[in-house]
Design a binder for this molecule. Structure first.
Ligand code: PRP
Length: 183
């Protein structure tokens, strides 16, 4: 069986760097939301690892909800529309101070749609906390209040990010060897 670590050509962000940065961001959020009891909304699937580490780095009470968001269209180009689904029972955003937790902001389409969705549901405030940001790819202007790492436009996997649904479990962020996705 192929060792998934061997598919990675270069480690971009180490496990230690991730731990230190997530702790730092958790402390910042805990200070900023000290008297607010925010609602954390994690956008599945990519954010599941970051969200679980981030909430354990918070020292304030929070509620945690999950939503699914996916772009759809033909396979070569996204239509730019984003399909958003909540779990059973929906999501009560009314009057809440929400922090959206994402693994990556790329074009910005997903977060822009999720943010609007939450305001439409009556959120009082909506901020974004993303693990990675690829600002060079932005199409829709959107800014994250909290961001762990700004990265170049490389094909990255690990810490929740996938290629063809795989590699999410890598504890670091790595650049995939081109032969993996070119074959
Ligand atoms: C990825 C990522 C973000 C989105 C960012 O999700 O998790 O949700 O793309 O891209 P954007 O800024 O261009 O909208 P993907 O659709 O790959 O699903 P996944 O989270 O299940 O991997």
């Amino acid at each position: 069986m192929t060792d998934i670590v061997n598919s990675v050509g270069q480690i971009l962000i180490t496990e230690e760097e991730i731990k230190a940065r997530v702790t730092e961001i958790g402390e910042r959020i805990s200070r900023d939301y000290a008297d607010k009891e925010p609602l954390i909304v994690a956008v599945l699937s990519g954010s599941f690892i970051f969200a679980s580490d981030l909430v354990r780095a918070l020292s304030i009470p929070v509620d945690i909800s999950f939503i699914y968001a996916s772009s759809y269209g033909d396979s070569s180009e996204s239509s730019g529309q984003v399909d958003i689904k909540t779990g059973k029972g929906g999501l009560n955003a009314e009057g809440r101070d929400i922090i959206i937790v994402e693994d990556i902001v790329d074009t910005g389409r997903t977060l822009s749609a999720v943010k609007q969705f939450l305001f439409d549901k009556g959120a009082n405030s909506v901020e974004i906390c993303t693990f990675l940001d690829k600002p060079s790819r932005r199409i829709v202007p959107i800014e994250a209040k909290y961001m762990c790492f700004d990265i170049p436009n490389e094909f990255v996997v690990g810490y929740g990010l996938d290629y063809a649904y795989k590699y999410r479990q890598l504890p670091f962020v790595g650049i995939l060897k081109p032969e993996i996705y070119e074959k």
